[in-house]
Design a protein around this ligand. Structure first.
Ligand code: GDG
Length: 457
């Protein structure tokens, strides 16, 4: 059996068996694959070093070998905080108004990808399958090829692929996409992102794409396909039944009395549409004074990427907006929004999802959105909640029985909240059942097998 080499910006393999449940579904799924295949997970440690001298930190935990490197400050600034998170992330989420095209970012990105290739190439043995993840590492496959790596190499993009008309605003866009032609398999979350990529290949590079997704371009051949990621269903449903989940569930129920809880859980990121969500909720409160005190919105938003100024700005705007809404509507015994900037253990999240009558998930653009799937997995079959989901999340293509809304429309959000509150039990059960089956059947293990099988060729 071939070994699997996973390469991603950060390595988040479980530190110990007991901590496995505290990791995200992706870490759990990839760790399981690595354990089965004696694999290696390679990436940045998240730490800074004065001077990078090629030192690898190799560790073995719970059957998974991780190999990490530290990066210098300039590399972190130009590659991670720069090109990855100030250029590619906003552009790929259709926010060309926020994308910054500094030349130093691009060269830092290439430099760090070269550094990754240099460090990872010696770890790769002839039969290994190499699986590279996400927008931080787009050119890495080509850089491994430049170092003589002939193995099968796959790439999976966790975020959207933007329409060609937006993508061409990126300086040297052809150069970036050409590096992708050295992969054997390129995976996208949905058919929509795949179609945007295919359009780019045909219109900008003059390539052709067969009905099965085989791309022919500039003398190279690569398979491009959609592989929608799922949650670790078994792990998450088990977490729902844990004492930690029950404690969090009971605490939320007790503190919200007989009110219906609407829940939002997002990394604090402008792409998640939390600002627009608050405005939509405010519209609901304004239009439905008689229902105001029947609801409370719990928004969990752990800060991320705090070194990037757009993230500091969205954080400030949300503080102001939640304060404004609470100030305008609160009563002595009720506040409309509980806005929480800290993260919770996964098991506690599972309990909070289950205690919430409605999930309000309104990204302006999202590769997939796993919170939507986790919410569905955590529901009580006898009394399931209602999922309100942005039609611009990749998950909307699978969770068709959610109440799908346009997250830019305050009216649609407000009306969906009213509809969810009034929804009869039979309809809630019917909608939830079909979404539940999808979340159960197309889980993260299914996704991983699907990708690795394609990669094997
Ligand atoms: C990228 C793509 C794609 C959140 N708060 C807490 C917490 N979380 C967990 C959630 C969920 C994960 O973080 C977030 O995943 P999402 O899918 O919602 O979003 P991104 O972080 O933007 O991920 C996305 C994903 O990659 C996978 O391919 O779906 O489209 O943008 O699992 O539960 N976890 C804990 N405490 C928190 O407070 N423990």
């Amino acid at each position: 059996m071939s070994r699997l080499i996973v390469i991603s910006n950060r390595v988040s393999a479980p530190k110990a068996k007991s901590a496995a449940g505290a990791q995200g579904g992706l870490a759990v799924a990839l760790s399981a694959a690595l354990r089965e295949n004696r694999g290696i997970w390679f990436g940045w440690s998240g730490n800074e070093t004065e001077q990078y001298e090629g030192k690898l930190d190799m560790q073995r935990h719970d059957g998974v070998t991780t190999v990490t490197i530290d990066l210098e400050r300039q590399d972190i600034d130009e590659y991670y905080n720069g090109y990855a998170n100030r250029t590619l992330w906003p552009l790929f989420h259709y926010r060309i108004d926020l994308a910054e095209y500094e030349r130093t970012f691009g060269s830092g990105y290439e430099r760090v990808n070269e550094l990754f290739a240099e460090a990872a190439a010696p770890l790769i043995e002839p039969d290994d399958l190499v699986w590279i993840h996400d927008y931080h590492m787009i050119p890495l496959g080509k850089m491994l090829r430049d170092r003589g790596i002939k193995n099968r190499i796959g790439f999976f993009l966790h975020i959207p692929w933007p329409p060609t008309r937006l993508f061409v605003s990126l300086p040297y866009h052809e150069r970036l996409v050409r590096t992708m032609l050295d992969y054997d398999v390129i995976g996208f979350q949905t058919q929509e992102w795949l179609e945007s990529f295919v359009h780019y290949i045909e219109k900008e590079l003059g390539g052709t794409v067969d009905a099965d997704g085989t791309v022919h371009c500039e003398g190279k051949t690569v398979l491009a396909r959609a592989f929608p990621i799922g949650v670790d269903f078994d792990e998450f449903t088990a977490a729902t039944k844990s004492p930690e989940a029950k404690a969090a569930h009971d605490q939320l129920k007790a503190s919200s009395l007989d009110k219906k809880v609407l829940i939002g859980v997002d990394r604090l990121d402008y792409s998640k549409g939390v600002e627009e969500r608050f405005h939509g909720y405010e519209r609901f409160l304004t239009r439905n004074p008689d229902q105001r005190e029947d609801v409370v919105l719990l928004q969990i938003a752990p800060p991320s990427r705090g070194e990037v100024h757009t993230y500091r700005e969205i954080r400030e705007r949300l503080e102001t907006l939640s304060g404004h809404i609470n100030g305008a509507f609160a009563e002595v015994d009720w506040v409309p929004i509980r806005y929480v900037n800290q993260g919770y253990p996964r098991a506690a999240l599972a309990g909070l999802y289950r205690a919430s009558a409605i999930a309000l998930i309104t990204p302006l653009r999202d590769g997939m959105n796993l919170v939507a799937k986790e919410y569905v997995a955590a529901q009580d079959p006898d009394d399931p909640g209602v999922l309100i989901l942005s039609r611009f999340a990749g998950a909307a293509l699978q969770l068709k029985d959610a109440l799908l809304i346009n997250p830019y429309s305050n009216d649609e959000i407000a009306e969906a909240i009213a509809q969810a509150l009034a929804m009869p039990l039979a309809e809630r059960k019917r909608r939830w059942q079909s979404m539940y089956e999808n979340v159960r059947d197309e889980d993260v293990i299914w996704w991983r097998h699907d990708f690795v099988d394609a990669l094997k060729g």
